[in-house]
Design a binder for this molecule. Structure first.
Ligand SMILES: [Zn+2]
Length: 420
C-alpha cells in the first residue's frame, strides 16, 4: 500500500501560541459545528481556522444571544436573506432590512422613517437619467456604426468633442439639472451615478448633479440619493437650497461617522461604498445596529453583514463531507489529548518515539491550502504529499497526516524519511 509520496525539505516554521483571556461568548465553529477548541469569539475553531480561508484568521464576531452564525447560515428560514447577497444600492438595502424584519416574528412595523417616499423618488430620478442616457447612447452608436468601416476610428471625430450633455427635468415642482458625461476610461467620480442597465454600449456614461432650481449644488456623497432627499426637504423647509444642501451633507457625515465608530468591528472606511447612500436607510441601519443586545433583528443583521463579507470562505465550509472530515480530525485530536497542541497556523504532535512534528498551513500551490511539516527538535522539514487520486476532504487528509506522525514507528515503514 503506497499512500504517500514523501520528500524532505528544509526550513524553519514559525510557531506562535494563541493567547487571550477576554472571552465573551462561544460561537459554534462554522467548519466542524463544535464549540470545542473555540475559546475565542471567532466563527472558526482552532482546529479548523488554519485550514480555511487560506490560513487567514477569521474576523472576530460580536457576541450574539439569540442566534448563532451557524444557525443563521444553515437555517432554512434565513436562506432568503442570505441569497440576497450584499446590497448594491438603497433599494436592495431596504429589501434586505424588510426580509430581516419578516424573519423575526417578535418585531413588527419596525421602520420609523418614511423611507418609501425617498426610495420611489430615487427610482424615479434614476429612470429619467437611464432613459435619457439610453437614447443618447443609441444615437451615438448609430453614428459610430455608420462610420465603422473606417480604420482607426476616432470616436470623438464623429461624436464631437462634446463629452457632456445637460439633462433638465421637473420633479416635485422643482427644476433639476444633471450633467451626463461620456466616460473616457473607467473613472467615475465617487458621488456620481453611473448607468445602471447593462447594455452593449460603445460608450459609458455617468451623471452628476449640476443644480436645483438654477442654484448649483454638490453632494459630498451620492448625487442621486442626495438630490432625492433634498427635494423632499425642500417641500418641508422654507429655506435656501444652499443651506439645505449644506446641512444635508453635514448630517450625512455625522451619521456615517457614528456608524463607523460605533460598529468599527463591522465596517472599515471602504465600507462607505457599500453602505446605503441615503440618510433614510442609513438611519434605519444605525437604529437596528444600536438596538438592544438581545434583539433578534439586530443579530440577524449582524449575521447577514458578516456572511456577505466572508461569503467566499463561508460557502466552502458548507460541504457536509468537509464538515464530517473536520469533526473526525477534531475527535482524533481529543483522543490524543496533550500530545497535540493547536497553533494559529496549524498544530503540533508529540510522536510515540519522542519526536515533535509541527504541521502548518502554507500556500504551496496557487489557491490551494497545503501543509508544511517540520520536526521541531532537529528542525528538519518533511513534506507529505497525498497522491492525486485520493480526493479526500481536507480534514481527512490532515487526520491521516496527524496519525502517521503520531505513530511514526508504523509510518516509517511507509514513509522512509520520517526521522525515528
Ligand atoms: Zn472547527
Amino acid at each position: 500500500m503506497k499512500l504517500f509520496a514523501v520528500m524532505i525539505l528544509h526550513g524553519r516554521t514559525n510557531s506562535m501560541r494563541i493567547g487571550g483571556e477576554d472571552v465573551v461568548s462561544k460561537q459554534s465553529c462554522l467548519s466542524c459545528h463544535s464549540t470545542e477548541y473555540n475559546d475565542y469569539d471567532l466563527p472558526l475553531c482552532l482546529v479548523c481556522a488554519p485550514w480555511t480561508n487560506n490560513g487567514e484568521s477569521p474576523k472576530p464576531f460580536g457576541s450574539l444571544e439569540r442566534i448563532t452564525l451557524l444557525e443563521f447560515i444553515h437555517g432554512d428560514n434565513y436562506q432568503e436573506i442570505i441569497s440576497r447577497g450584499m446590497p448594491d444600492g438603497d433599494i436592495a438595502w431596504k429589501e434586505l432590512l424588510c426580509s430581516i424584519n419578516a424573519s423575526s416574528i417578535d418585531d413588527n412595523g419596525r421602520f420609523v422613517n418614511d423611507t418609501e417616499e425617498v426610495l420611489s423618488l430615487i427610482t424615479h430620478i434614476q429612470g429619467v437619467i437611464d432613459e435619457y442616457t439610453e437614447d443618447l447612447s443609441r444615437s451615438e452608436n448609430l453614428a459610430l456604426a455608420y462610420y465603422s468601416h473606417f480604420v482607426d476610428l476616432d470616436k470623438s471625430s464623429i461624436l464631437g468633442d462634446d463629452e457632456e450633455k445637460l439633462l433638465q427635468f421637473e420633479i416635485r415642482n422643482q427644476n433639476v439639472t444633471f450633467r451626463i458625461v461620456r466616460m473616457k476610461g473607467d473613472e467615475v467620480p465617487i458621488h456620481a451615478y453611473s448607468f445602471s442597465k447593462p447594455l452593449e454600449l460603445h460608450s459609458n456614461y455617468y451623471a452628476e448633479i449640476v443644480s436645483i432650481n438654477g442654484i448649483s449644488v454638490s453632494f459630498d456623497y451620492k448625487d442621486l440619493e442626495g438630490c432625492a432627499e433634498v427635494l423632499l426637504l425642500l417641500e418641508i423647509h422654507n429655506r435656501d437650497i444652499d443651506e439645505i444642501v449644506e446641512s444635508y451633507n453635514r448630517k450625512y457625515r455625522e451619521i456615517i461617522d457614528a456608524l463607523l465608530s460605533q460598529h468599527c468591528e463591522l465596517f472599515t472606511d471602504e465600507s462607505i461604498q457599500i453602505l446605503p447612500h441615503s440618510i433614510s436607510i442609513l438611519s434605519e441601519l444605525n437604529l437596528i445596529l444600536s438596538g438592544k443586545d438581545d434583539d433578534l433583528v439586530r443579530e440577524l443583521l449582524l449575521c447577514s453583514l458578516y456572511t456577505f463579507e466572508n461569503w467566499k470562505w463561508i460557502q466552502n465550509v458548507l460541504d457536509p463531507a468537509r464538515v464530517r472530515s473536520f469533526q473526525f480530525l477534531s475527535q482524533i485530536m481529543t483522543d490524543l489529548g496533550k500530545r497535540v497542541t493547536l497553533y494559529e497556523n496549524g498544530f503540533s504532535v508529540d510522536s510515540l518515539t519522542g519526536n515533535r512534528y509541527q504541521v502548518n498551513w502554507t500556500k504551496f500551490r496557487t489557491d490551494h491550502v497545503f501543509w508544511f511539516i517540520t520536526e521541531v527538535f532537529e528542525d528538519k522539514s518533511v513534506c507529505i504529499e497525498v497522491e492525486e487520486e485520493h480526493d479526500l476532504p481536507m480534514g481527512d487528509i490532515l487526520a491521516v497526516i496527524l496519525l502517521s506522525l503520531y505513530d511514526d514507528i508504523e509510518s516509517s515503514e511507509l514513509i522512509k524519511t520520517l526521522n525515528i
